[in-house]
Design a protein around this ligand. Structure first.
Ligand SMILES: *Cc1c(COP(=O)(O)O)cnc(C)c1O
Length: 390
């Protein structure tokens, strides 16, 4: 496609950043397995590249594609989502302040509090679902408002447009972790965000076969600053994984449609069970952000979490009682996964902090895959029967 910004989402996802390869006409972008590039004279490269930490054509194709599908100016691809977080935070100075949501991915909380607090960056964690709490936490040193929406694992929503206004009124940037929603369901930059973060490991890769991350910016200026730190610290994505993420993104729209219909069916099924106390899914009318979800997202996504009445023992019985849902960390692949956040993904958050944020011990999180809906519902029943027996 000559203009990667043109075309609707599904078209951009397949074509942006990937013109036919000029030498052979290959329709798919080659995997440029090279560390270095020939120079015509010292400091004068033959093409646009000098060394693959600074740039590699397969990674460039992915970065252009990510910018196009997130409606951003530029994209940067990293070795993992947390490598992207590292570069995002490396842009700050000691004494700078970040207002962050209190329901974050456990590894994000860990890198903020255990790594960057040691370098003099200050964090205030608030319920970002309440814009007043975000506004109240802003200081004259606040550089980022950092939110995840939907959040992990409670699927709480944050009003992106409201947070962008608060951040901009205080001269700060809004960064949104869009991993759970994906750009097919939600485009934060169109709602006023300045930076989007992704764990590409999840839905964008989509097949649980790689680890990768990304930052997408709304301006070239912020992209240049982040690209400096990316090149300086070196957490870049290799060409093979860049190719695999590009391949995953081609089917993102069709996968997400199925993830969403299956997740809605599973959420309704769980809500109807006597053994379940509460289901967290923004597509249910019982969800506190049901209306915001309709405004800000195309559909509610593929993640569902719920609290079983029987606490830890019930959560464990469910998570070990399924046949199709695999007990594993991570999410966003074509296959369904189940996990118990307090003892798995969120174990790095102290118990008192977890409880204060509403993350209870009997919580179970599902990444609903794209298998047949009826098989998934039978599998949920199988696990609930095991819960009933404890
Ligand atoms: C997995 C994840 C991350 C971290 O990404 P990695 O690729 O595992 O480093 C960040 N945010 C969210 C919401 C995630 O699910």
């Amino acid at each position: 496609m000559s203009n990667p910004q043109s075309g609707r989402f599904e078209t951009r996802a397949i074509h942006a950043g990937q013109p036919h390869e000029p030498v052979t006409g290959a329709v798919m972008p080659p995997i440029f397995m090279t560390s270095t590039y020939a120079q015509k004279a010292p400091g004068v490269p033959v093409g646009d590249y000098e060394y693959s930490r600074s740039g590699n054509p397969t990674r460039t194709a992915l970065e252009a594609n990510l910018a196009a599908i997130e409606s951003g100016a530029r994209g940067l691809a990293f070795a993992s989502g947390l490598a992207a977080s590292h570069t995002l935070m490396a842009r700050l100075e000691p004494g700078d302040h970040v207002v962050a949501g209190d329901d974050l991915y456990g590894g994000t909380y860990r890198i903020f509090t255990k790594v960057f607090e040691r370098y003099g960056i200050k964090f205030t964690f608030v319920n970002s679902g309440n814009p007043e709490e975000v506004a109240a936490a802003m200081t004259d040193r606040t550089r980022y408002v950092y939110v995840e929406t939907p959040s992990n694992p409670l699927l709480r929503l944050t009003d992106i447009a409201a947070c962008s206004k608060i951040a901009h009124d205080h001269g700060a940037l809004l960064a949104v972790d869009n991993t759970f929603a994906t750009p097919y369901l939600q485009r934060p930059i169109e709602l006023g965000a300045d930076i989007v973060l992704h764990s590409l490991t999840k839905y964008l890769g989509g097949h649980s076969d790689l680890v990768a991350g990304a930052l997408v910016t709304s301006t070239d200026k912020v992209a240049d600053e982040l690209a400096f730190h990316q090149n300086a610290s070196g957490g870049i994505l290799g060409p093979m994984d860049s190719f695999l993420v590009l391949r995953g993104i081609k089917t993102l729209a069709v996968r997400m449609d199925r993830h969403c219909t299956n997740a809605m069916a599973v959420a309704k099924h769980l809500e109807a069970s006597d053994l379940v106390d509460k289901v967290h899914y923004p597509g249910l009318e019982s969800h506190p952000s049901f209306e915001l979800c309709k405004q800000q997202m195309r559909a509610p996504g593929g993640m569902v979490s719920f609290e079983l009445k029987g606490g830890v023992a019930a959560g464990v019985a469910f998570a070990t009682g399924t046949d199709i849902f695999t007990l594993a960390e991570s999410l966003g692949g074509v296959e369904s996964l189940v996990e118990t956040p307090p003892s798995m993904t969120h174990a790095s958050i102290p118990a008192d902090v977890r409880h204060a944020a509403g993350l209870m011990d009997g919580l179970v999180r599902l990444s609903v895959g794209i298998e047949h809906e009826a098989d998934l519902l039978s599998d949920v029943d199988l696990a609930l029967a095991k819960v009933a027996r404890i």
